[in-house]
Design a protein around this ligand. Structure first.
Ligand SMILES: [Zn+2]
Length: 403
């Protein structure tokens, strides 16, 4: 099991590190680790953009007033990193993005015709955890959320949930994960704990149940697992080895729109209270990266690999040709690395294998003469291709996210 631990693999593959000076729970992402994060994020964004999401950007701090209105200043107080300016004004580092996003929605009045508004942002939030609880990427103080908020009418909730559910399915299917979903509902024994009327809750829970049935999803109910402000869909992903992780979540929120008085103007020209949907697909990029590092044991599929192809010249006299090939692959958008150290050929190949690169190509006299490039994968399978066929093969594999 130990060799699959993301902390160990992250170090071996040079994906992230920690510094005593920066502090525990604050991962520092290396160039390779940053590519991994970006690929995950790019994929989620692509799925969102196809469904009408728009990117927004917010600052990482806010005046205390925002969280007094949202209720976080009181309820979240222990986990809030608080800041006092030199003029004595109180600020906080954001522990979540929803309150900021409400202010983007509320910058102007919205007609029902403009609903829903779908905002997405991948950004860090900060939560003060006890340092004893910190370790690896699964518990951190700086969490990168792939966060989205949909501001919509009650009548649009089902359609918006289904759209997000599609994204969740497509995203996790790509890694070969099987999903189970928990319908996180109220605790029937303590209905007074929750915000909003019983009728609204009954309706919302009924809708989520109907959706799960309609989709033929593998679901179960989790009474008492709801958020205070609304029911949730919580997704659990499992891989072929049977390991299970909590992955995505979609939450209905009837409380924040109330607190911030968020409305749209309906068909009759009246103010209509809207609802909000919170949706994270990866959840946090740190946790998602940890899950994927362990799932693949560090041997990522081509599209996700920080380094995709290694080019290994047999000796000095093959260096120029190798460099040219390396440049051509880079221009084609393929993350190629040149292994031109003074090591023996055997050592260079061993290094590439240890770094778990998906492919490598050894360049010697024969390859330069024939123009045929021997592309070898991790399983030791080799095919010979000319440069155009090579670029076409790798580009297709990247685009289609072949596992
Ligand atoms: Zn949110």
């Amino acid at each position: 099991m130990e060799e699959r631990d993301h902390r160990q693999l992250g170090k071996e593959l040079d994906l992230f590190s920690f510094s005593e000076l920066v502090g525990p729970g604050l991962p520092l992402w290396t160039p390779k680790g940053t590519i991994l994060r970006q690929e995950i994020d790019k994929f989620i964004w692509q799925l969102r953009e196809e469904r009408g999401y728009q990117r927004v950007t917010i600052p990482h701090i806010t005046k205390k007033d925002l969280y007094e209105t949202s209720g976080h200043w009181e309820k979240f107080s222990e986990e809030l990193f608080k800041i006092v300016s030199r003029e004595g004004r109180e600020y906080a580092l954001k522990p979540m993005n929803c309150p900021h996003h409400t202010q983007i929605f509320d910058r102007k009045p919205h007609s029902y015709r403009e609903m829903p508004q779908r905002y997405a942002e991948t950004t860090m939030v900060y939560r003060d955890e006890q340092s004893g609880e910190l370790g690896g990427l699964t518990r951190v103080l700086s969490i990168t959320q792939d966060d989205a908020h949909v501001f919509c009418r009650h009548s649009q909730v089902k359609e918006e949930f289904l759209k997000i559910w599609d994204i969740v399915d497509l995203f996790y299917k790509t890694f070969g994960f099987k999903l189970r979903v928990r319908l996180s509902f109220r605790d029937p024994a303590a209905p007074e704990k929750y915000l909003g009327t019983s009728e609204i809750w009954d309706k919302a829970e009924g809708e989520l149940r109907a959706m799960a049935e309609e989709r033929g999803a593998d679901f179960f109910e989790g009474p008492g697992e709801a958020a205070l402000y609304g029911p949730k869909l919580d997704f659990m992903g499992s891989n072929a080895a049977g390991r299970e992780w909590q992955v995505a979540t979609i939450q209905l929120d009837m409380n924040i729109p109330e607190r911030f008085d968020l409305v749209c103007t309906n068909e009759k020209g009246e103010r209509e209270r809207i609802v909000m949907i919170h949706a994270a697909i990866a959840g946090s990029l740190e946790r998602c990266a940890a899950v994927l590092i362990e799932h693949y044991g560090g041997a990522f599929p081509l599209w996700l690999s920080p380094e995709q192809v290694a080019i290994i010249p047999v000796s000095e006299k093959h260096a120029d040709y190798s460099k040219e090939l390396h440049e051509k692959l880079k221009i084609a958008g393929i993350r190629s690395v040149l292994q031109d150290e003074n090591d023996s050929l055997g050592k260079k190949i061993r290094n590439v294998k240890q770094a778990k690169l998906p492919y490598f190509i050894v360049i010697g006299d024969k390859e330069i003469e024939s123009g045929k490039l021997p592309l070898e994968n991790r399983a030791g399978e080799k095919i010979e291709l000319d440069i155009d066929a090579l670029v076409a093969k790798l580009s297709t594999e990247i685009k289609e996210k072949v596992i």
